[in-house]
Write a protein that binds this ligand. Structure first.
Ligand code: ADP
Ligand code: MG
Ligand code: MG
Length: 249
């Protein structure tokens, strides 16, 4: 599904990614961990197509197609979802109306008509029940006065509604309580299917108690320097990152 080869990228002429390789297949959950400033968010933003980063070398393929030249909206229409893509507060636009618009814009980009209102309502009902989101929440203004947990809930709801092929969750999980963690994990576990893939970027092992990854990667100084299974996350939690840095010298 996603194949990144030898990715080099910079921001403001500072080199951040330095030859990063990763391959994610449909049906898989990958966790990316690594010290602060390693380039995790940079990677997520580059996959999503944020324009402030300059890709200086390497390729990014989604389902066999090079997406490096596509705009963020086009990537979204191709099924790439990055959490925190829409952190804006929009007074007067409800959670529901926002997601309706997003879905219909994606359909329009594919030459499809708007989703019939009846189907949309059904889908909203299904997904909100699945994620235990109540009606009152759906009619609130987008992100206005949302708590950290409510922002997460909204994000995961968006993800569930959009049913992306590749979901990337760039966690700022430090501020989240256990309920918010469960919401995120629940959403991811329910989205998981043989047709899509999830990349979870996290600083902490604890999210991975709820979302069991197939692969755990360590990103250090702009490269993936180690890959393992879920047990690697536990090892990192115990031992930190220094031993990996030492293995590298
Ligand atoms: P991580 O998510 O792993 O903590 P980031 O990808 O956020 O790391 O950052 C990697 C490096 O790139 C850091 O040194 C950071 O300061 C720098 N960086 C990221 N975004 C910007 C930006 N918009 N402007 C300047 N430097 C940036
Ligand atoms: Mg950081
Ligand atoms: Mg980050």
């Amino acid at each position: 599904m996603l194949k990144i080869k030898n990715l080099h990228a910079e921001i403001e002429e500072k080199s951040i990614l330095k030859g990063l390789n990763i391959e994610v297949n449909a049906g898989e959950v990958h966790a990316i961990m690594g010290p602060n400033g390693a380039g995790k968010s940079t990677l997520a933003n580059i996959i999503a197509g944020k324009e402030e980063y300059e890709v200086t070398d390497g390729t990014i393929e989604l389902n066999g197609e090079d997406i490096s030249e596509l705009a963020p909206e086009e990537r979204a229409h191709n099924g790439v979802f990055l959490s925190f893509q829409y952190p804006v507060e929009i007074p007067g636009v409800s959670v529901t109306n926002f997601i309706k618009t997003a879905i219909n814009e994606t359909r329009k980009a594919k030459g499809l008509e708007d989703m019939p209102a009846k189907d949309m309502l059904k889908k909203i009902r299904e997904k909100s029940e699945l994620l235990e989101i109540d009606r009152k929440f759906l009619s609130r203004s987008l992100n206005e006065g949302f708590s950290g947990g409510e922002k997460k809930r909204n994000e995961i709801f968006q993800m569930a509604m959009l049913e992306p092929k590749l979901a990337i969750l760039d966690e700022t999980d430090s501020g989240l309580d256990i309920d918010a963690l469960r919401i995120v994990a629940n959403g991811v576990n329910k989205l998981k299917s043989k047709d899509n893939a999830v990349i979870v970027i996290t600083h902490y092992q604890r999210l991975l108690d709820y979302i069991v990854p197939d692969y755990v990667h360590v990103l250090h100084d702009g490269k993936i320097v180690k890959t393992g299974d879920a047990s690697l996350a536990l090892e990192l939690e115990k031992k930190g990152y220094d031993w990996i840095k030492q293995e590298l010298v």
